[in-house]
Design a binder for this molecule. Structure first.
Ligand SMILES: NC(=O)c1ccc[n+]([C@@H]2O[C@H](COP(=O)([O-])OP(=O)(O)OC[C@H]3O[C@@H](n4cnc5c(N)ncnc54)[C@H](O)[C@@H]3O)[C@@H](O)[C@H]2O)c1
Length: 143
């Protein structure tokens, strides 16, 4: 199957729901994408949802965002600790802890779980993208 292009992306998975992951998930859901968040514990995912909900509520209070739009954004967000759920996504964005062994193991698992057309991306600030792409076994399907 051909690789998905960015224009074909409808569902985005975000793995790691900390500072960056929750922000990426919020922006993606606000932009109209269906978003699946993954982390190692449900409590972390619930905390991310609280963070995501809290930020736009300030805009609702100031009249810059309607209640309906906020509800629609939150309705597009789901989460699971089961990594296989991210296989539904057209694009998987990794935002886990900045450790190469953690990211390489994750990308190897994603390669086994995700269909061939799935795009993969990393939010690393300093690690080798080439090494992670190699660990994913699909270096041509990277953003
Ligand atoms: N914080 C920043 O300002 C910033 C800026 C640019 C890039 N980054 C990069 O973004 C990435 C995430 O940074 P952060 O600040 O959000 O970190 P964080 O510590 O806030 O969040 C990381 C999350 O990843 C989760 N996690 C760890 N291993 C996992 C696994 N195997 N599967 C699923 N979830 C897992 C952790 O439980 C945690 O919730 C890092 O690569 C970091 O270098 C961070």
């Amino acid at each position: 199957m051909a690789t998905a292009t960015v224009n074909q992306v409808k569902t985005i998975a975000v793995v790691g729901s900390g500072t960056m992951g929750s922000g990426i998930a919020q922006i993606a859901a606000s932009a109209g994408f269906k978003v699946i968040m993954n982390d190692v514990e449900t409590s972390l995912l619930e905390r991310a949802v609280r963070t995501i909900r809290g930020s736009p509520e300030k805009f609702v209070q100031k009249g810059k965002l309607s209640e309906e739009d906020l509800k629609a954004t939150l309705d597009r967000l789901t989460h699971s600790v089961e990594l296989d759920q991210v296989a539904q996504a057209d694009l998987v964005i990794e935002a886990v802890t900045e450790r190469i062994e953690v990211k390489n193991e994750l990308f190897a698992r994603l390669d086994a779980l995700c269909p061939a057309h799935t795009l993969l991306a990393t939010n690393t600030s300093s690690l080798s993208v080439t090494e992670m792409a190699r660990a994913s076994n699909r270096p041509r399907r990277w953003l």
